[in-house]
Design a protein around this ligand. Sequence first.
Ligand code: BYC
Length: 314
Amino acid sequence: MEDANKLKEFEARIERGEKIEPKDWMPERYRTQLIRMISQHAHSEIVGMLPEGNWITRAPSLRRKMSLLAKVQDEAGHGLYLYCAAETLGVDRSELVGEFLSGKAKYSNIFNYPTLTWADIGAIGWLVDGAAIVNQTMLAKCSYGPYSRANLRICKEETFHKVQGYEIVCTMAQGRPAQRKMIQDAVNRWWWPSLMMFGPHDKNSPNSAELMKWKVKLFSNDDLRQRFVNLTVRQARAAGVTLPDPDLKYNPETDNWEFGEINWDEFWSVVRGNGPCNRDRMRARRRAHVEGAWVREAADAYAAKQRAKAAKSA
Ligand code: BYC
């Protein structure tokens, strides 16, 4: 009875648009759903450093190298904000990282594709960060305070990332024939996986109804995907590249750009670990974890020293 009353008050607060904060009462299911989603988001940011990190040493100019270096570093920061947000729900970061390294926790499908040429850096910034902004702008308004605030910061930085990518796309699309071919090839390869980032169709999305009821998600997977397509078609035209979908057509009645069917077999195969780079990504993260053990030990030792100092002076 007590819990039923608490649930009613919790849902009324969400209905009024109030934020739920870490020490507030929340249903266990709200907590576990948030831990699942925030930790998967955090793992995605960290794995997301790998495909682009691959091109830092081969950027075509110092300016491009500096921008890419800063972008990849920002992704590490996003992972940090998100692990901190997840920890406010009573889990330990090492537990979450352990679930990721064991292969139990998911991360975004998109980071399991290879970056074959420099043009991929443009396509990722434009399409992948562009898709992430559409998704995370919504999450910045979600009902859980720490996740909402983390996404607010992330979106501000992602906006720079998108401009960085779009500028590369526009530059290459106005370049020599070989450069134009290279950027079009990258757009062709990244378009469909970017649409998959929004998750399965609403009818196949088991978590959406609950997450929308509690305003963790404010829009459904399909609604956000449509929003992204509508924005991106216009940008593609302005940049001078084409999107690889013969079924793309404008519907004046709905004011939407309709698009072809996504290859869901490919999506689930990648999510289950069989994409072109899943094994490489996991191998790289596991190696980094082992090689970084001394950093974590040093940080723990420093924190223990600070605590002892504080206790002594109290
Ligand atoms: N990839 O019921 P559904 C970035 C899973 S990083 C893999 O619709 P939900 C960036 C889903 O987890 C941006 N798996 O789920 C970084 C679920 O399985 P479980 C990453 C996916 O949670 C570096 C099952 O499918 N963004 O921007 O309602 C460089 C059924 O799905 C995917 C985030 O993580 C996927 N794409 O909705 C550049 C945003 N989609 O967990 C850029 C936060 C679905 O039940 N997350 N699955 O076993 C979300 O917004 C939501 O979790 C999703 C999925 C829309 C992704």
